[in-house]
Design a protein. Structure first.
Length: 369
């Protein structure tokens, strides 16, 4: 079994939809947000805590796990699920984002990407075939093709050349995939250019994948421009396949993405800001490490049912963070992941009840006000 996608409800005023992705390790209710566990762990969280929050799928990183501890170690342990004690779905990205983020440590050719390890300086040549071999050994439920994620801004002519390479890599990835139970997603690139996005998608559709991702967004472009790309591209993507917007994790962008027909999202944003002492609430962002909360004995968010808000105050959490106690960062992480998972749940409910447009308007008015 690979994956099966079913749509259970479509919004009649927007392109939002509710669905279910059936995978070998369980069902993912969509729209869904995937916390990022880059190195086989969502920072500061145990698998049991993620389950308590309601998380159904997490993302791990092929490039980082390949370097450390090594895919052979994970394979010997029985695969990534057993290695990290997580029995629900896992998506692994291909290392394409590292081509973008570690630009000073890599060199691209048509054959692949030559990396210098950020850990010990050793050189590694990642080809589409090797990236698929690694992901096959990890045993994740959804795997990604190797692609280049160009920066913003990026010249049109460079993007055209990059697209041709990405299309060839996508073909090679599909040919290299040896495990039919793992769903290989194609990644649409093309920067902010409508014609290049269309060209990229058409090439991927010709190859054929069980799901399609939108890459190369949330890399510095204005949000309005990202929304334009979504409006131009998402309607061209197959309606009967999952649509995944990579690297997006702020509440406003998630809702705007759902409105335009996106089913899956991932981002380090909620866990990263949590480790800096900032949390998301329905009234916007709250930086709990600030001095004004030193004697604030209310929860991070009144009415929130997460473990943190049910048991701890802003004053205590601020104290933990200022004292550099690990518990403080764990508590803010729990809250942020609960907040976004609840946002997905509320979005699904609103779509099912044909009130998603009003829900978004009301939520963003309070969140941004």
């Amino acid at each position: 079994m690979s994956i099966k996608f079913e749509i259970t409800k479509e919004c009649y005023k927007t392109s939002a939809r509710v669905g279910k992705v059936h995978t070998p390790h369980g069902i993912i209710d969509t729209p869904a947000f995937m916390p990022v566990g880059t190195q086989g762990t969502v920072k500061a969280m145990t698998p049991e805590e993620l389950k308590d929050i309601g998380i159904q799928i997490i993302l791990s990183n092929t490039y980082h796990l390949y370097l450390r501890p090594g895919c052979h170690v994970i394979s010997e342990a029985g695969g990534l699920h057993l290695f990290m004690h997580w029995d629900r779905p896992i998506l692994t990205d291909s290392g394409g984002f590292q081509i973008f983020s570690l630009g000073n440590l890599r060199k691209l050719t048509d054959e692949g990407a030559l990396f210098r390890s950020h850990i010990d300086g050793s050189e590694h040549f990642l080809t589409p075939e090797l990236v698929i071999e690694i992901q096959n050994s990890l045993g994740s439920d959804i795997i990604m093709v190797l692609d280049e994620c160009p920066p913003y801004p990026c010249e049109y002519e460079y993007l055209k050349k990059s697209l041709r390479r990405n299309n060839q890599w996508a073909k090679r990835c599909k040919e290299a995939n040896k495990r039919e139970e793992q769903a290989l997603f194609g990644i649409v690139q093309g920067g902010v250019y409508r014609d290049l996005r269309k060209e990229s998608l058409e090439s991927l559709l010709e190859i054929g994948f069980p799901g399609y991702a939108l890459g190369g967004l949330s890399v510095g472009e204005p949000k309005d421009l990202m929304y334009e790309v979504l409006e131009d591209t998402v309607p061209l993507m197959p309606a009967d396949k999952p649509r995944y917007l990579m690297g997006v994790g702020t509440a406003d962008c998630l809702l705007e993405g759902i409105k335009r027909g996106v089913d899956m999202f991932d981002c380090v944003f909620p866990t990263r800001i949590a480790r800096n002492g900032t949390v998301m609430t329905q009234n916007g962002y709250l930086t709990v490490r600030n001095a004004q909360y030193a004697r604030d004995y209310t929860p991070l968010e009144t009415g929130c049912l997460c473990y943190t808000c049910q048991n701890y105050t802003r004053a205590y959490i601020r104290h933990l963070i200022k004292a550099k106690e690990i518990l403080g960062l764990r508590l803010t992480t729990i809250h942020n992941l609960y907040f976004l998972n609840r946002l997905m749940l509320m979005s699904r409910q609103a779509i099912m009840e044909d009130r998603f447009d009003k829900f978004v308007e009301s939520f963003l008015k309070q969140f941004e006000g």
